[in-house]
Design a protein around this ligand. Structure first.
Ligand SMILES: CC(C)(COP(=O)(O)OP(=O)(O)OC[C@H]1O[C@@H](n2cnc3c(N)ncnc32)[C@H](O)[C@@H]1OP(=O)(O)O)[C@@H](O)C(=O)NCCC(=O)NCCSC(=O)CCC(=O)c1ccccc1C(=O)O
Length: 318
């Protein structure tokens, strides 16, 4: 490079040469003013008892929150069914691009994201039964799959205990940020339970074999710092900053392409979930959705409806 070209026009002659900086991503410039929520008034959400459901049109996100603080947000079948409904409302709402899963804590009770399956309704016949199920079942396993397949990013915001099945739900989210007073862990082997599905495999992908075995075999808890250091969560913030940081993360995701994010989520799922039917089917479905938006694909439909042979060459970009 010539002497002339190496001079820095921005900083002037003699100034130090420009350096790469992580702050060029602009992340720290994003507003941390907490999100303003509107109670979402649909027929389904009005009947929610164990959760609350809100949306923010301005920040294009929904907030699904456990609302059983007196039992540290332990979930019963009704809780899970309501989250399933709220998740579907979020998926179907074109004003929502990011979904937050969190809890409503109040000072009277120990802060928690979720203390797992409600042991008072654990049934002897292979599941949980609170009078709302046709038969006792592990409904939360269905929710895990639905979260995994959800085309929109799900961000978990943890404040307090994330234990047992509650800990697994945070792991099923695409991202987790937590207050610095949060506690993470499994208790299954102490409570006569285990999750040999995502609860084990997802954890191993996140923190590795040795640490997963430690969490499951010892039922030892991790604090937020250890959870961050091991890769179990994305970030830990002082509690007073948590709402602002949540807003910042959501706003940043919303600045990016939602189609790109969906495709990356599905590709990462496919890698972890063994490719095959589960992963490729999801990724393939997204491709079909995009293909339907091309003239080439529409030519096939139009030719059929017009009872003529299709002319794909006219529209093919390859
Ligand atoms: C989290 C604690 C350590 C907090 O202790 P502390 O601050 O002292 O509060 P407590 O006084 O203990 O709790 C307050 C209040 O809440 C009740 N409570 C807490 N957790 C539960 C619960 N899980 N079920 C029912 N009730 C709960 C507690 O009894 C108190 O009530 P009072 O009436 O005021 O006495 C501590 O609370 C604790 O250790 N809790 C238990 C945490 C735990 O072990 N959770 C895991 C349960 S097993 C599970 O989650 C499996 C779930 C499942 O469905 C599943 C099964 C198979 C495959 C997959 C899954 C899956 O979930 O994915």
């Amino acid at each position: 490079m010539s002497a002339g070209r190496s001079s820095n026009r921005k900083t002037g002659e003699g100034a130090p040469p420009p350096q790469p900086s992580k702050h060029r991503d602009g992340f720290e410039l994003i507003s941390r003013i907490p999100i303003e929520w509107t109670k979402y008034q649909s027929k389904e959400s009005q009947s929610f008892v164990d959760i609350t459901y809100d949306i923010s049109i301005q920040d294009r996100c929904s907030r699904i929150a456990f609302n059983r603080p007196n039992v540290l947000h332990a979930f019963r079948p009704q809780t899970i069914r309501e989250i399933q409904q709220a998740l579907q409302l979020s998926i179907d709402n074109t004003d929502v691009s990011v979904i937050i899963l969190t809890s409503n804590n109040i000072p009277k009770y120990t802060p928690a994201f979720c203390a797992g399956g409600d042991q008072t309704v654990r049934n002897n016949n292979g599941g949980y039964q609170d009078g709302t199920e046709v038969y006792p079942k592990l409904r939360v396993l269905e929710l895990q799959v639905e979260m995994r397949r959800c085309p929109k990013p799900i961000m978990c915001v943890v404040d307090g205990y994330a234990i047992g099945g509650g800990h697994i739900l945070h792991m099923m989210c695409d991202l987790t940020i937590a207050s610095n007073r949060s506690i993470f862990g499994q208790t299954g082997p102490r409570m006569g339970s285990f999750d040999a599905g995502y609860g084990s495999t997802r954890m191993t992908r996140l923190i590795g074999q040795k640490r997963s075995r430690e969490l499951w075999f010892l039922c030892r808890y991790m604090d937020s710092k250890e959870a961050y250091d091991t890769g179990l969560i994305n970030a830990s913030y002082p509690l007073p900053d948590l709402d602002g940081r949540t807003a910042q993360w959501v706003r940043r995701i919303n600045m990016n392409s939602s189609t790109a994010i969906t495709c990356v989520k599905m590709a990462l799922n496919a890698d972890e979930d063994g490719g095959g039917a589960f992963g490729i089917q999801q990724l393939g479905g997204q491709l079909t959705k995009m293909f339907y938006q091309t003239k080439e694909s529409q030519e096939g439909r139009d030719a059929f409806l017009q009872k003529r042979p299709p002319n794909f060459i006219l529209h093919s970009k390859l």
